[in-house]
Design a protein around this ligand. Structure first.
Ligand SMILES: Cc1ncc(COP(=O)(O)O)c(C=O)c1O
Length: 395
């Protein structure tokens, strides 16, 4: 029976990263996968993570199961981190949460709950969106509609078009929004635009589902969550999937959380009980290690301060790289790349054609996706000139 299954091609992004690794050119530039790299090209372990991990190793006396929602310190810390410690809904018990295997696991649990409430619900996704959204939510049985979002001409959000498309979203529909640092385009909504989305959700009755995988890597922890907080202050319900992969560097630990804003405390409690049952049938229990580390960091004031400092310097570095890239490209091309500085987070579409992206890797060992999406955090002082010169050559 199993012989009928054919070998599948590699994932397009991971496949390109593998091609970059296999490239023997010592001056190659790999801007494919969305992980933060430091100046030396290494994806570092946060010091706060190392310290929290050390404490846990010292203290740990058991590997018995934790509660199905994961460690309490993690849940408490993540609710405050995402919604803000002073959020009235936190005080009113309207926010519940469950630890999940990474942001992907958190999205999956959110999708399970949506499908339990409205089987086959319509989910509105941005065009473009992170490609994994479709198989991840679609495999639960959800259906998709797209709303226009990124405008390649202006390199920004086409909010008029987004609003026009979302006029068709109704009660029972879900609108999936990137909380910050849109992947793949880096173009985010302004707060005034988030407020318009809140108006539309209020009038039309759709439920927002926020994917926030880069909180703290756009502007700051609070500024990056301001849009979703604005929605949560005005709307009766929403779901948030948050990840600690990027902002704590816990990629391989699989650390995420699904947060529910319910109509009242009873509803919030019902939602998380449903989520625990959904998790039970998919993978039973969330992984503990990363959630224990993140929980320890968030409950310990010194570790929190250390972590926030490290994260802020990563964010500053990414924004500095954006500035340097704009300046570098301005020197060698006559195209306007200033949009790169207006975007947030790790990603940007350079606005090159597929042929140019292919020529960059085949002729210059500069690896980016065919869409010309780059991971800005993969740039450093040692490779920026090669990148800039190569882009100038293919233009
Ligand atoms: C938009 C978006 N959402 C969610 C995730 C989830 O990541 P993870 O499951 O590794 O936490 C990612 C990771 O790349 C992402 O880019």
């Amino acid at each position: 029976m199993l012989q009928s299954l054919e070998k599948l091609p590699p994932d397009p992004i991971l496949g390109l990263a593998a091609a970059a690794r296999a490239d023997a050119n010592p001056d190659k530039v790999d801007l494919t996968v969305g992980i933060y790299m430091d100046e030396t090209g290494v994806c570092p372990v946060f010091e706060a993570v190392q310290r929290a991990q050390g404490m846990l190793v010292e203290e740990e006396v058991s590997k018995a199961y934790l509660p199905p929602v994961g460690p309490e310190a993690f849940n408490t810390g993540m609710r405050a981190l995402v919604f803000g410690a002073q959020h009235p809904a936190l005080r009113d018990g309207r926010i519940s949460s469950i630890a999940a295997p990474g942001g992907c696991g958190a999205l999956r649990i959110g999708a399970e709950i949506i499908n339990a409430a409205t089987p086959g619900a319509r989910v509105w996704v941005s065009d473009p969106t992170w490609p994994v959204h479709i198989p991840l939510l679609g495999s639960v049985g959800l259906q998709f509609e797209t709303y226009r979002y990124y405008d390649p001409q202006s390199h920004g959000v086409n909010f008029e078009a987004m609003r026009d498309d979302l006029k068709q979203a109704k009660s029972g529909d879900i609108v999936l929004l990137h909380g910050c640092c849109h992947n793949p385009c880096g173009a985010d909504l302004t707060l005034a635009q988030w407020a318009e989305i809140a108006d539309m959700a209020e009038h039309q009755g759709f439920t927002p589902f926020i994917d926030i995988a880069y909180q703290g890597l756009g502007e700051s922890l609070d500024a990056d969550a301001a849009g979703l907080r604005l929605l949560s202050e005005r709307l009766p319900e929403m779901i948030v999937a948050a990840s600690c992969s990027k902002n704590m560097g816990l990629y391989r630990e699989r650390t995420g959380v699904t947060l529910f804003l319910g109509h009242d405390a009873e509803n919030a409690d019902a939602l998380v009980s449903q989520a625990a049952v959904a998790a039970r049938r998919v993978y039973s229990m969330p992984p503990a290690h990363g959630a224990l580390i993140a929980g320890r960091i968030l409950e310990d004031a010194t570790l929190t301060a250390n972590w926030q400092q490290e994260l802020a310097s990563m964010c500053e570095r990414i924004n500095g790289l954006r500035t340097q890239l704009v300046a570098g490209l301005a020197q060698v091309t006559d195209r306007d790349f200033s949009f790169i500085e207006r975007e947030n987070g790790m990603f940007s579409f350079l606005g090159l054609s597929r042929e140019q992206a292919v020529a960059l890797r085949e002729q210059h060992s500069v690896y980016m996706l065919d869409s010309s999406r780059i991971n800005v955090a993969g740039i450093n002082a040692g490779n920026i000139d090669a990148l800039v010169q190569a882009v100038a050559k293919v233009l």
